[in-house]
Design a protein around this ligand. Sequence first.
Ligand SMILES: NC(=O)c1ccc[n+]([C@@H]2O[C@H](COP(=O)([O-])OP(=O)(O)OC[C@H]3O[C@@H](n4cnc5c(N)ncnc54)[C@H](O)[C@@H]3O)[C@@H](O)[C@H]2O)c1
Length: 266
Amino acid sequence: MANNLLQGKRGIIFGAMDEDSLAWKIALKVIEEGGDLVLTNAPVIKRFGSLEKLAESVGKKIIYADATSVEELDHLITESQEILGGKLDFVLHAIGMSVNVRKKKEYTDLNYDWMQKTFDVSAISFHKLMQCLYKADAMNEWGSIVALTYIAAQRTFPDYSEMAESKSLLESFARSFGYHFAAKKVRVNTISQSPTITTAGSGIKGFDEFFNYADKMSPLGNASSEACADYTVSLFSDLTRMVTMQNLYHDGGFSNMGMNPAILGM
Ligand SMILES: NC(=O)c1ccc[n+]([C@@H]2O[C@H](COP(=O)([O-])OP(=O)(O)OC[C@H]3O[C@@H](n4cnc5c(N)ncnc54)[C@H](O)[C@@H]3O)[C@@H](O)[C@H]2O)c1
């Protein structure tokens, strides 16, 4: 049920790779709510994902940009404003990748060159993006910037490995830059999402078992990607204008549980 919550708003969606991507579900919901958008992803996705087909299905443009490159981000921000016809009202950062996880390195034997790459792609890219938006004065007043994160930033989930530290850094950038963006009346928040079956999610060891565990532990069950899209749209909308510098749990209650008898079959 659409409510035109984003009528007249325009923005950039990072991280849609295939139809399971959280960013893709969010893009669909933004369009349903009347928003206009440009899709972006790393150039390498041209060869792997199904983004071209997805973009065509909704008649939206893709501008490829490696989120670790300031030059490519600058180009993306300029081009997007030209395509969309003005400054931006919303930006979604939905990017995550760990080289050590991908190469199955244990947490006690990490490769530090790969760790730096992980931090650059998964967290520093968020600072780079915000700095480019800030310097270009590309956000409209009461605009909203959102990044997706995970509770491993606060609690230990061993198989999440160095992505835990990436997410801590990401959330910290949201708070710190949120302060600076507030001077421009722009808000910055992170959404801490339940485990969700996507390409990035399933790359974590033992993901399926953990997905089921989290689903049982959460009184409302795991939040789906469609529900994540609804929540993100609410943060892009004018209904949440005074919410900023927050890490917002969207997890069916998981983050406040200690023990759930359902896990023990009681
Ligand atoms: N799936 C989950 O369980 C879950 C839970 C909480 C948070 N998240 C977060 O949600 C976000 C989206 O992940 P997803 O689960 O939809 O998986 P996904 O694999 O569909 O999305 C990750 C995206 O990051 C993009 N990316 C990687 N390197 C990039 C680069 N250098 N430049 C630009 N883009 C790059 C990939 O191309 C991909 O589109 C990530 O930040 C992830 O950590 C996921």
